[in-house]
Design a protein around this ligand. Structure first.
Ligand SMILES: Nc1ncnc2c1ncn2[C@@H]1O[C@H](COP(=O)(O)OP(=O)(O)OP(=O)(O)O)[C@@H](O)[C@H]1O
Length: 231
């Protein structure tokens, strides 16, 4: 699904991302972990062509994301509130995202219905603009906007941050369910080692922009990561 080759991004003469080679296969659910400033968001931004690398390339289905637009048809993401439109209500925003994907209003309403538990009564029908929601509830809007597109490739940057514990658990259930869909590929960055080892099949650990560890999760993964980060 994704091939990363000789990818480098430099900020203030420091390498924020420096990855020689990384392959993400179709159907993998990957957890990206690393301390603050490790380069997780910068990597996601290059995968989504939000910023351009200083060297190297990101290929999505063999096409360079900076040169081809095909990837936009099967990729959805939520990195931060910058993805939202503050002056819309959640309903207006979902309708807008739906229209970009060719969904009619009935289809959007059906999709939103399936996220009733996840919304927990806090998002729809509140008569509020997105800007007036709490950070956690804004995240819910952004995450559902990405999910409702039913993307083949889903990219979420720290999706558990700011969510209450019930919503974190509901999000994990949603992702586990999506894993049953053939070819569903997902990249999730998180500081929550518990969640990430619970939901992801493979963990990539970044430090100073470099891949330090890359392994498939098993029953020892949480302990190994905890001991790495406590050292
Ligand atoms: N626009 C920018 N201008 C200057 N430096 C930047 C910029 N964006 C990122 N950086 C730097 O690049 C490095 C990687 O940052 P990045 O946000 O990708 O890390 P991260 O792993 O997502 O961190 P966190 O866990 O804190 O979100 C950091 O040193 C950061 O200060």
């Amino acid at each position: 699904m994704l091939t990363i080759r000789d990818l480098k991004k430099v900020y203030a003469q420091r390498l924020a991302v420096d990855i020689d080679h990384l392959e993400i296969k179709s159907g993998e659910v990957i957890g990206l972990v690393g301390n603050n400033g490790a380069g997780k968001t910068t990597l996601f931004r290059m995968i989504l062509d939000l910023i351009r690398p200083d060297a190297g390339e990101v290929l999505s289905k063999d096409q360079n994301v900076a040169k081809d637009t095909q990837w936009k048809n099967y990729t959805a993401s939520y990195l931060d509130e910058g993805f939202l439109i503050d002056y819309l209500t959640p309903e207006e925003y979902f309708k807008f995202i739906g229209s970009l994907n060719g969904f009619n209003e009935a289809h959007v309403a059906d999709c939103l219905n399936s996220y009733t538990d996840f919304f927990n009564g806090e998002i729809l029908g509140r008569g509020k603009y997105i800007r007036d929601f709490s950070k956690g509830n804004q995240n819910k809007v952004g995450i559902v906007a990405a999910l409702m597109q039913e993307p083949e490739l889903l990219i979420l940057d720290e999706p558990f941050a700011n969510l209450d514990p019930s919503t974190q658990i509901r999000l994990k259930t949603i992702i586990k369910k999506l894993k049953e869909r053939r070819g569903f590929t997902c990249l999730i960055s998180s500081h929550d080692l518990n969640h990430v080892t619970d939901v992801c099949d493979r963990i990539i650990l970044l430090e100073k922009g470099k891949v330090i560890k890359d392994f498939h999760t098993n029953e020892n993964s949480l302990k190994e990561l905890e001991s790495y980060f406590s050292a």
